[in-house]
Unconditional design. Sequence first.
Length: 206
Amino acid sequence: MTVVSGGTTLIDNGTLDAAVPTGKMTLIKTLTASSSDTLSFIDGTDSVVLDDTYDSYVFKLINIHPETDNVHFSFNLSIDGGSNYNVAKTSTDFFSAHDEGDSNTYLDYDTAQDLAQGTGEQEISDASGNDADQNLCGTLTLYNPSSTTFVKHFISKVDTMQFHNYSRCEFTAGYGNTTSAVNAIRFKFNSGNIDSGVIKLYGIGG
């Protein structure tokens, strides 16, 4: 059986044509923290791909544990291969939270974590604890970072076990306001090192 759409062969003899995008996730790079100041993904460095190979890139944050108590996890973008992380960003942030004692719950917009053309760090997790069982996990998606026409949108969802024993699920979205290609991203806490944890970079498509 052959399936043709608009003159393009999609399926030939029951097999998907190699040129047809599947939307699959391709693991590009895994970084493991060990008392690390930052974790950075720079296109063309150490087998990292962050260019027009994929339309979007997903970062999986797995068991990120801080050395310091009550700290915020963030990222920033670069257009010069990591020499400077200072792309202007406009963003919005809201969260839900619930404590272990079942005495407090919240659903709120967080004005402290949004940016309005700010070039500093974009926080995506608040008040992470450094107890042995406390950490954060989540996902950050960066869309079409190599575009030289459009701004660079991002969306994150992170759940944090906070220092005061709350589960906080945080949603952050916005854009890097640059039409230059973004070719590097850096993750860090606002104070102290990343004690342990893994960040995996995936490309979507192909």
